[in-house]
Design a binder for this molecule. Structure first.
Ligand SMILES: Cc1cc2nc3c(=O)[nH]c(=O)nc-3n(C[C@H](O)[C@H](O)[C@H](O)COP(=O)(O)OP(=O)(O)OC[C@H]3O[C@@H](n4cnc5c(N)ncnc54)[C@H](O)[C@@H]3O)c2cc1C
Length: 349
């Protein structure tokens, strides 16, 4: 990234307030609260970050194409999209997320598991009404709202069945310094909960998660204090979603390095959002892979060097997500999680 673009990125960031509070969901009382010292991380709106990252590359990117299969040729790789069109190049970098179709073809035996968690997330505009109703502490800095099951339910399930909601104020102080269109200030929130809370059977969970995410959020928070529940009530329904969490193994399996296909981001190390490091790990992949390719060209040795480094920090990130998952939504250890299988709809030729 050029220095000029980096400056643009900084101008597009939201304020990072260095501190965190944990709040009881039912009483809206503080459980813990502390300022943080150290390196100030950047707080970004995802759509804005994407706009910054693609600046200057617009004519090299095509949107609206769905990957279907790839073909390895003697000196190139050809991708076929679902609309039947093709594109060829020297290296296919699979960055197509946790359910990556490229991974399903490249590493058909790769295992992902179900950590028994659901993530609901959304945005709530900071309006006068929200300011009147919300707990003021929730606007100070990063907040985690904690809720656990009553004791008999804990005995039945053998778990506290914790629900955790993360709330972060996104306010953009440098609007006047950038031409980039920035959103109005809002609260970004995400909630992690055990899948069991949506239903006792697979069918019940599927039916429940297919409802609008606002409805799921309102159900889960129905006993919460009004000064916290209002974050869900006043959300922008068009910005919300609910997803089932999946995770890869902390120790990535061995595979034969290819000089035509490499995987980065969630495509190779999908993890629960409970570590807060999925994007950072994906960006690190992109940076290291591009450095290795710049130094050694497109070769098995460059890609293998990236893969060796990536295995080490990806393992640390996935372990951190598992530790967070246990605390935030009662995630079981990896070896107790059920396997999730995906079927590649097409393949390598
Ligand atoms: C609620 C929530 C909160 C999170 N919070 C954080 C956080 O605070 N910090 C953090 O570091 N991480 C966080 N994460 C994790 C983070 O979002 C992911 O790790 C990150 O987005 C991975 O980036 P990626 O580019 O590898 O995959 P994705 O962001 O999943 O991007 C994959 C892209 O590939 C496209 N795609 C998929 N299949 C195809 C196909 N067949 N053809 C064409 N395109 C395709 C998709 O449309 C998508 O655009 C969070 C995740 C969630 C769900």
């Amino acid at each position: 990234m050029s220095l000029e673009l980096w400056k643009e990125f900084e101008n597009c960031c939201a304020v990072t307030v260095m501190g965190e509070s944990t709040i009881n969901a039912l009483s809206a009382t503080l459980i813990s609260s502390r300022a943080l010292r150290g390196i100030r991380p950047y707080t970004v709106d995802r759509s804005v970050l994407r706009k910054v990252l693609v600046k200057g590359l617009e004519d090299k990117i095509q949107f609206g194409k769905k990957f279907s299969k790839y073909t390895i040729n003697p000196d190139s790789v050809t991708i076929t999209f679902e609309d039947g069109t093709e594109s060829s190049g020297t290296l296919l970098v699979g960055a197509d997320g946790g359910r990556s179709q490229i991974r399903q073809i490249f590493l058909p035996d790769f295992k992902t598991v179900d950590p028994e968690g659901i993530c609901i997330f959304g945005k709530t505009p900071i309006t006068d009404e929200l300011k009147k109703r919300i707990l003021p502490k929730a606007l100070q800095w990063f907040v985690v709202v904690r809720d656990t099951a009553p004791v008999i339910q804990q005995v039945i399930w053998g778990s506290e069945l914790p629900v955790s909601m993360f709330v972060e104020k996104m306010s953009f102080p440098n609007r006047s310094l950038t031409e980039m269109e920035l959103p109005e200030d809002y609260l970004y929130w995400s909630m992690l909960l055990p899948t069991k809370l949506l239903g006792m059977t697979e069918d019940a969970v599927t039916a429940s998660i297919n409802r609008p995410s606002t409805e799921i959020g309102l159900d889960i928070t129905c006993e919460w204090d009004p000064s916290l529940k209002c974050i869900i009530e006043l959300q922008d329904p068009s910005q919300g979603a609910a997803i089932r969490i999946i995770s890869g193994p902390p120790m990535l399996p061995e595979w034969e390095t290819s000089d035509r296909v490499a995987l980065i981001g969630d495509a190779i190390h999908v993890m629960a959002p409970s570590g807060g490091v999925g994007v950072a790990t994906a960006l690190k992949d992109a940076s290291i892979l591009s450095d290795k390719l710049a130094q050694g060209g497109i070769s098995k040795s460059s890609i293998g060097a990236y893969e060796s480094e990536m295995r080490i920090y990806a393992e640390a990130s996935i372990r951190r997500s598992f530790a967070g998952g246990k605390l935030f939504f009662g995630q079981p250890p990896f070896d107790q999680c059920k396997e999730v299988s995906f079927k590649a709809t097409s393949g390598e030729e």
